[in-house]
Each structure stands twice: as structure tokens, then as C-alpha cells.
Design a protein around this ligand. Structure first.
Ligand SMILES: [Zn+2]
Length: 288
């Protein structure tokens, strides 16, 4: 009389445990779907060229995953303290844009993409914000790479003059991005400028390669892609004027990042005096 309910209870418990473990195994690493993927080459491209769209969307609690293909390591290596500092600075900017405390914790995990592990970080206090760090070597301003990282570059892989970068082939990178798009299901993919950057036209080859790769992958999956003009915006009319709410949002996020990037100008005055373009880029955002 008593054993039957106990057996039923145990069976139910077993079923529940199984269901929980199945759920754990199959649970998605993505905290939300829809919204935007921001896919860029370096850890400040989103802040300089895809803003104020970025802080506007984060403020609206849009589902945001920002993806960085290179470590922006300037030849020091993707595992260098310089590269990690840039990630830290970028996270400070995102915490500010999300309206959470500086130094807010991020849940760190990895996700298998294109057969390799990629770092996936989720802002704990605002989990609609996630970062995916591929940490490929920076390709240098002329696309030839740095001697410290064996002359690797995204441009070389994209144009076929090298077979891989950081152990990734072009098809590995494309399949990884395709996997993210299929699982994360963004409404739109936002990347850099696919119209410039080769043959002396004005852009960084890492930006140009990233944008071309992203456009091909997202386009192949039928997902809309928006491109953002990079350095060349400095020759276009100001459309994020000083004093506007958009300028404040964009510049505040950038200045939360800059102290962590030792190669970055640290004030508007220094940007102007030392011929950085940041003072111009902060006042503009243009689509391709
Ligand atoms: Zn860049």
C-alpha cells in the first residue's frame, strides 16, 4: 500500500532529473533572440562607427550580441595584456550604455563555433547584452599583419593569399558566423564598410575583410545587413553634433573605453593635437 506511491514518486523524480539534464545539455548560450548582431574587427569599432545606434539599442533593451573578430592586439598577440585591456575597456563602455555599474561582472563561458571554442561573455546585470570574442590576430593598418604574430591578417585569408589566421580558415570563420546567425536569429546584422579598404581606398583592411565576410554570410542566410562607414566619415558632414543627446551617449561610452587602451587618445584636446581621428568620428555615424 505504501510502496506503490513511493515507487511512483521515485519514477517521477527520475523523470524530472532526466528532463532537467536534457534541458541543461540543450540550453542555448544565447540569452535572447531577435535584435541586432554588431560584428566588427576591433574592440572599439562598434563605439566609434556604429554609435549612436549601439547605445540607443542597448537603452531600449534590444537583444544585442557584439562580435569582435580580431583581438586588436597591434602585434602584441591576442593573449597579450594590451588585447585584454581593450576588452575590459569595451566592457566598461557597455556597462555605461546599459546603465549598470562600472566593473559590473560578466558571466564568462565558451561556445563551440566552426569547430573551435570562442569566448562568450554575458553582462550579468543586463543579460540582453552579450560579447563574442574570436581573438584573431590584428592585421595591421596595411593588411600585412605584424611580425610578432607571424604576419597573419584577415585580409590575407579573405583574398586567399594565406590559408588561415589563428588556426581558422576562411570557411571556418564563415561557418562560425553562420552558426551564430542561425542560432541567435537577429532581426538585423550590423557590420563595417564593405565598399572601401582595398587598393588604397580609405579604411583598415581588418574592417574591410570583416564587413565583406559578414555581408556574404548574412546575405547567404537571407538576413538583412547594414554597413557602417569607418574612418571615411571624417570627411562627411557632422550628423552627431556636440551637445546632442546622441553625441553625449556616444562620447560617454567611448571615454569609458579609452583609459584601457594605451594607444588611444585620452582627451578631445589630445585627439586633435596628435591627429587622431576620434574627435571627428565621435561627431558622425554613416551607413554604407
Ligand atoms: Zn578598427
Amino acid at each position: 500500500m505504501i510502496t506503490i506511491p513511493l515507487l511512483i514518486t521515485k519514477a517521477l523524480n527520475d523523470l524530472f532529473t532526466q528532463a532537467a539534464s536534457i534541458k541543461a545539455v540543450s540550453s542555448s548560450p544565447w540569452t535572447c533572440t531577435g535584435g541586432s548582431l554588431y560584428i566588427v574587427a576591433h574592440p572599439d569599432d562598434d563605439l566609434l562607427f556604429q554609435s549612436p545606434d549601439l547605445p540607443t539599442e542597448i537603452g531600449h533593451k534590444t537583444c544585442i550580441t557584439s562580435i569582435y573578430l580580431t583581438a586588436g592586439d597591434a602585434g602584441a598577440g591576442p593573449s597579450s595584456s594590451y588585447a585584454r585591456d581593450r576588452e575590459t575597456g569595451n566592457k566598461q563602455a557597455y556597462a555605461l550604455m546599459a546603465g549598470v555599474k562600472p566593473d559590473s561582472p560578466w558571466k564568462e563561458s565558451t561556445v563551440k563555433l566552426g569547430g573551435q571554442s570562442v569566448a562568450l561573455h554575458t553582462l550579468t546585470a543586463a543579460p540582453h547584452v552579450q560579447h563574442l570574442w574570436f581573438r584573431l590576430p590584428d592585421g595591421n593598418g596595411d593588411g600585412t599583419g605584424f611580425s610578432g604574430t607571424g604576419g597573419q591578417s584577415l585580409k590575407k585569408v579573405y583574398t586567399g593569399s594565406a590559408s588561415s589566421i589563428g588556426g581558422w580558415s576562411l570557411s571556418d570563420i564563415k561557418s562560425a558566423l553562420g552558426d551564430v546567425i542561425k542560432a541567435r536569429k537577429p532581426s538585423i546584422v550590423r557590420t563595417q564598410d564593405w565598399t572601401r579598404g582595398w587598393d588604397g581606398s580609405y579604411d583598415h583592411p581588418d574592417h574591410a575583410a570583416t564587413a565583406r565576410i559578414v555581408r556574404e554570410v548574412a546575405g547567404g542566410l537571407g538576413v538583412g545587413v547594414v554597413g557602417y562607414v569607418d574612418y571615411a566619415i571624417q570627411d562627411m558632414p557632422v550628423n552627431v553634433p556636440v551637445g546632442s543627446a546622441n553625441y553625449t551617449a556616444k562620447s560617454n561610452a567611448f571615454w569609458a573605453y579609452a583609459p584601457f587602451d594605451s594607444k588611444e587618445c585620452q582627451s578631445l584636446g589630445q585627439c586633435v593635437k596628435d591627429n587622431f581621428g576620434e574627435d571627428d568620428w565621435l561627431q558622425r555615424q554613416y551607413y554604407v
